[in-house]
Write a protein that binds this ligand. Structure first.
Ligand code: HEC
Length: 426
């Protein structure tokens, strides 16, 4: 029952997080686009530019004032609640997924860290990240945006490396995302909003606004803009074990973040010139390289028994895939382990280490239904899912979750060998 409730709590909060996140990032994209596309030639008196647009069957005319309209409008729209709710729902989601189940989701298997301590480190790093960022922006570095960007990047990747030593891969990624998200919402709350309030107040009081405030707000809002694509990747990264599940997950994250920032830079500058158009093919190539370097490693020769070169029953696409894995490993196979991989042993390991969760009726109290819908109750199910089992418990070791069922290296190698031999079940 409790597991079922947690699942629906997760669902509700995740949904809200997505909706508010889309509203926030969507508005951010829209206003950057607006700013970059304003028609600035011969603007009307007092304007810095205007823009015509058609959307949803209507034509819009927007005008941007140099500073302020002659009279403040009664109804000025502010954009802040989408940011605040994205952060609040994100923290709530972190709580439900990671902090309620630290030993399964948060702590790296084999690391001796008290759950409370792990949570303090996780949550504390969000706050510490924002404070460090804030002081860096206000320091002399704040006047050298490119250098500041590079320093921030190195610090974030250092955080990713640190997390990867104590947190599970997915938790490490999410915590980097949480630091970035906290910086972004902190920018809105502590810098951009106060700057806007001061501007509006100065206009209402007929005094000259402090020009440093909008400049600060602009720098922070630029940062937020560059943060969006990396943080969006991190939000979906949980689906991609070949990234977070790798031993070098922090490096892979660094690579993806660089590509994302390059692409964002092109979209931020293309109204002025196409000088950065090369970033698009470069990013595509970069993604291909990352896909290549994250490909599963072949097992060490000693652990791979003779690979069956053909498998008569192989007819389904899944089996073809399994065979591909087997074939790829064949050249390094040695003749030692004809004893290795009979299915009875494999089945026993899977029932013991996996089926507590991956079952039609999980015995683990953490789940009321098979996680990710994956059931490993019958030999047929195991055979059908062999490629996925390989990816998650042999090539990377992200399963069993938190290694809660304490799967051993030998058991992983046994499963790897069975799959390399063609995943036969009789
Ligand atoms: C403590 C519970 C638990 C145990 C034990 C466990 N898993 Fe999982 N497994 C999960 C959860 C939770 C997910 C979903 C992860 C997510 O949120 O994406 C998952 C996802 C998977 C997936 C991805 C399915 C998909 O379609 O995305 C595979 C494959 C997998 N597990 C294989 C295994 C194997 C093989 C074992 C045993 C060696 C194992 N798991 C043990 C909880 C567990």
């Amino acid at each position: 029952m409790e597991a079922h409730l947690t699942e629906w709590l997760n669902l509700g909060i995740r949904w809200i997080h997505m909706i508010t996140g889309i509203a926030w990032i969507g508005a951010s994209f829209y206003f950057v686009w607006l700013e970059n596309n304003l028609n600035r030639s011969n603007p009307r008196e007092g304007l810095s530019g205007d823009l015509w647009a058609i959307h949803g069957g209507g034509i819009y005319h927007l005008e941007k004032y140099k500073l302020a309209p002659p009279k403040m409008p009664d109804n000025l729209h502010w954009f802040k609640w989408e940011a605040y709710f994205t952060w609040l729902s994100g923290v709530a989601l972190m709580l439900v997924v990671y902090y309620l189940n630290p030993s399964a989701y948060l702590i790296k298997p084999g690391v001796d860290l008290a759950p409370e301590m792990a949570i303090v480190i996780g949550f504390g790093s969000m706050i510490a990240g924002y404070v460090a960022y804030h002081f860096l922006c206000d320091s002399a570095l704040g006047k050298r945006p490119a250098l500041l960007g590079a320093v921030l990047f190195v610090l974030l990747i250092a955080a990713a490396y640190g997390f990867s030593q104590i947190f599970s891969g997915r938790a490490a990624y999410i915590h980097v995302g949480a630091i970035i998200g906290t910086i972004m919402v902190g920018n809105v709350f502590f810098t951009i909003m106060p700057a806007q309030r001061a501007l509006v107040k100065a206009i209402e009081d007929n005094t000259t606004p402090d020009p440093r405030l909008p400049a600060k707000g602009l720098l922070r809002s630029r940062h937020n803009n560059y943060f969006t694509l990396p943080v969006l990747f991190i939000m979906i990264s949980n689906h991609f074990p070949s990234t977070y599940g790798s031993q070098y997950n922090w490096l892979i994250l660094a690579g993806i973040a660089i590509l994302a920032v390059l692409v964002r830079h092109y979209f931020n500058t293309r109204h002025a010139s196409n000088k950065f158009a090369w970033t698009l093919p470069a990013a595509a190539l970069g993604m291909l390289c990352l896909a290549y370097v994250t490909a599963p490693v072949r097992p060490a020769p000693s652990s791979a028994p003779v690979a069956a070169t053909s498998s008569p029953q192989a007819s389904t696409a899944t089996l073809a895939k399994v065979e591909a894995i087997g074939a790829a490993q064949a050249p390094e196979a040695s003749a030692t382990a004809a004893d290795g991989a009979d299915f009875a042993k494999v089945n026993q390991v899977i029932q013991e280490r996996c089926a507590v969760c991956h079952s039609a009726q999980p015995s683990s109290p953490m789940f009321s239904a098979a996680p990710a819908g994956l059931m490993l109750d019958t030999p047929q199910q195991i055979q059908q899912q062999a490629a996925k089992i390989h990816a998650q418990s042999v090539a990377s070791q992200i399963m069993p979750l938190g290694n809660i069922t304490q799967m051993t290296q030998e058991e992983r190698e046994l499963i790897g060998a069975w799959i390399a031999q063609g995943a036969q079940i009789n």
